[in-house]
Ligand binder design. Structure first.
Ligand SMILES: [Zn+2]
Length: 335
């Protein structure tokens, strides 16, 4: 990879380049920003650049030296990466301690030692405290990068106060479309639709690029068309769609979240249409269906449904059992 692959974060890249050129790189950073926005990609490229063994005056990895080869093959001994297991709602302390132990060891190739910890917003107080010594007395030539999907203000103060905070903001639609194009989304209409729905997060937009998901959206549209919602039938269909994601809970929860996102978008597009504002995603065919739906149920009900969908998403984030979330949600819609 190279810095060119990272779109929308030029300011951050320049800040790191300046810090590197003037010998002012920090030893602990907190990258904060919404999911799928490029925090991990930037952390990886930063690590690759610092671990590159070719001496040059430019802030870039050469892609050819032994350090770069090891990094690309994911076998660089001085690069550590840890992420929370998908089925846990808290970062396991054991995993944190292992990372800290390895981080404290001498660099094996004589250069930088870099550790990236993803999902840092899920660190417990105990796990965060395990970092204190490392953050206060970092090993020489070491850099710890924490990635968090919540704003730094919501992070534990013990972490926040000892890291340099780097805030990542949403990308421009053009940058998201470009990233989608690089990921093989060739259809410009689909690209545009995904970029709008992704709300400045290329990661979200890529996740939404799933034909099965869009097929399931027709079931959601069917709900908005029906006078009386059959909660049981809807729960069954939704459960089946989620189960098709596999056995692991991570992909299942992701699917649940994506369905809720599409549902909220349909409701919001209905509201836009009522107010005479162009819908974000709905095409002309759907325009009429949403318009009729809004007329039939009224804006108050649409607001209540939207709130309920957001609450279900929140439950999903808090690892409430999936079938309970589905049942309660479908039951609410059927009332
Ligand atoms: Zn290199």
């Amino acid at each position: 990879m190279s810095w060119k692959q990272i779109l929308g974060h030029d300011r951050i890249i320049h800040q790191f380049a300046n810090a590197w050129q003037t010998g002012r790189l920090g030893h602990a950073y907190l990258f904060a920003g919404p999911p799928g926005i490029g925090k991990q990609s930037l952390a990886r490229e930063l690590a690759n650049t610092l671990l590159c063994e070719r001496k040059t005056s430019s802030f870039a990895s050469c892609g050819e030296c032994a350090g770069c080869h090891l990094f690309t093959a994911n076998t660089h001994p001085d690069y550590l990466y840890a992420t929370k297991p998908a089925d846990k709602n808290e970062f396991p302390i054991k995993q944190v301690r292992e990372l800290i132990d390895q981080f404290g060891m001498k660099s094996l190739r004589g250069g930088y030692k870099i550790a990236v910890l993803d999902d840092a917003e899920t660190l417990s107080t105990e796990a965060a405290n395990a970092f204190l010594k490392t953050l206060e007395e970092p090993p020489p030539k070491a850099m710890l990068i924490l990635l968090s999907r919540v704003d730094s203000e919501q992070m534990l103060p013990t972490i926040r106060s000892r890291c340099q905070v780097v805030r990542f903001s949403a990308l421009l639609p053009a940058d998201v479309r470009e990233i989608l194009s690089r990921h093989g989304v060739d259809d410009p209409i689909l690209r545009d639709r995904l970029a709008r729905l992704g709300g400045g997060s290329p990661g979200q937009a890529i996740e939404l690029n799933d034909p099965d998901l869009w097929a399931f959206r027709n079931i959601l549209v069917g709900l908005l068309k029906s006078e009386q919602i059959d909660s049981l039938e809807f729960t069954k269909q939704w459960q089946q769609f989620i189960d098709e994601a596999g056995k692991e809970s991570g992909p299942k929860r992701k699917r649940l979240a994506l369905v809720l996102k599409l549902f909220v978008n349909l409701l919001q597009d209905a509201v836009r249409i009522v107010h005479g504002v162009p819908p974000l995603v709905a095409d002309s065919e759907l325009h009429e269906i949403l318009s009729k739906f809004a007329e039939r149920v009224g804006l108050d009900k649409i607001d209540r449904w939207t709130e309920r969908a957001i609450a279900a998403d929140d439950q999903n984030e808090r690892y409430v059992q999936i079938d309970l979330i589905l049942e309660a949600f479908a039951d609410f819609l059927g009332r």
